[in-house]
Design a binder for this molecule. Sequence first.
Ligand code: ZN
Length: 200
Amino acid sequence: MQVEIAEKLHVVFFGPVCVVRKFMAILKVARLGNPVLREHAAPIPPDQIQSSDVQRLIEDMVATMHEYDGVGLAAVQIHESKQLAVLEVAENPRYPRKPQVPLTVLINPSITPLTEEMEEDWEGCLSIPELRGKVPRYKSIRVSAYDAMGAQLDFIASDFHARVIQHEWDHLQGKVYLDRMRDFSTLTHLQELTRFWMDK
Ligand SMILES: [Zn+2]
């Protein structure tokens, strides 16, 4: 299913390259403290998903995520209070050695934990620059959403894939990863992460 999505997006984003590139924009990322990050984002009516406004927003969000080496970006992070998130895990200098996830667009997503088991691992956020902290997340979740073209998605994600989706879903509820940390003893600047925490 994800391969199909990636192929569709390839057409949408990279088909007429000269046309698409002309209109893609790198958007300003809202940082912690901006009230938009604390809003509960509004659903996108399914019949508006294929509108030029939503399609352009998706293209700009993907370009912005790539520009800042993010593995995910929620619309609230670029000041649009909408239930829309994009994610992709490829070779990424901010998250080296992570399993790859194809470019995925989630609109009006809902998630259901498939296990009570939670796992702690490092997370960062483009809206909270230069920091990392260990965050507990469900290891496996079921995800329902619309894709970039308005088709219904229903899939299971686990481990880092599930972590990224839970992080983005939280953004759409007005939460950030700091809210999920059990305590702040692992909260660290990036330089100190590589210096003191790399093996932990
Ligand atoms: Zn984030």
